[in-house]
Design a protein around this ligand. Structure first.
Ligand code: HEM
Ligand code: HEM
Length: 201
């Protein structure tokens, strides 16, 4: 595909700000940050929303209104933006004994982050869960020529949602999406641990 024009993209991205934030740094945990993401990956996802192979009601409407030139320009713009760091996930003490949500202490959070870091670096060979680092890289910035997206500082809630979509077959916008194979082998606890770890990389 041709190269987009980032300054044209800045103007065209005005309608994205309400959900994806200023400069693509969304402040809402279920709306992904787009800042610093590889333009080629953004183009691929926008085309998938446009042709319906990746399903999301909000993004379907938005993407249908974009021409191929708009997509190239907007993708170039977001790639040029700098992603903002996330704070460490906050422990959410929950001592309400009326519900069945287990209490979470600071120590629980640290344990979860270290499980996530181990999975990210080493995967789980016995269960054929590939190490994320192999494709998404040591700083989670991905590998643009290879088509591996950046995950760096992405919101944990979005990562959990999209990994669960891969696992359940709700996101598979190409016939043999390797993420589907990987996510199917992960438990929900592993998905959460790796998502929180990635969110603070
Ligand atoms: C996801 C672009 C406007 C809500 C995405 C993704 C892209 C994108 C590239 C995929 C991100 C990824 O895979 O990491 C844009 C652009 C917009 C726009 C270029 C403006 C032209 C909006 C608006 C909303 C919205 C206005 C809210 C009403 C969402 C949501 C997702 C998403 C909820 C996650 C979908 C999912 O879970 O699969 N957007 N967006 N976007 N966007 Fe937008
Ligand atoms: C996409 C996480 C391992 C290749 C993604 C996304 C997430 C993710 C969250 C979606 C990004 C977004 O929506 O912005 C992980 C985790 C891994 C892992 C947690 C380890 C457990 C791998 C490996 C490979 C890989 C080993 C290569 C063999 C890809 C590719 C995409 C992707 C190609 C884009 C898929 C698409 O276009 O829909 N990964 N990944 N990932 N990952 Fe991974």
């Amino acid at each position: 595909m041709a190269e987009g024009n980032g300054s044209a993209g800045a103007e065209k991205s005005a309608t994205c700000v309400s959900c994806h934030g200023e400069h693509g740094n969304s402040m809402v945990a279920t709306f992904p940050k787009l800042a610093q993401q590889h333009a080629t990956y953004l183009e691929k996802q926008l085309l998938a929303f446009k042709n319906g192979t990746r399903k999301d009601p909000m993004m379907a409407t938005i993407a249908k209104g974009l021409s191929e030139k708009d997509i190239l320009d907007i993708a170039a713009y977001y790639e040029e933006q700098k992603i903002s760091a996330n704070a460490l996930p906050k422990p959410e003490p929950d001592d309400d004994e009326d519900d069945d949500i287990p209490a979470q202490t600071e120590a629980d959070i640290q344990k979860m982050l270290s499980q996530g870091a181990d999975l990210y670096r080493n995967g789980d060979i016995a269960r054929e869960v590939s190490a994320c680092i192999a494709c998404h890289g040591p700083t989670a910035e991905g590998n643009k020529p290879a088509g591996f997206p950046s995950l760096k500082s992405q919101h944990a809630d979005y990562l959990i949602k999209t990994l669960t979509d891969f696992k359940n077959g709700n996101r598979s916008n190409n016939p043999d999406n390797m993420m589907v194979m990987i996510a199917k082998k992960m438990t929900l606890d592993e998905i959460k641990a790796v998502a929180y770890r990635i969110s603070v990389m």
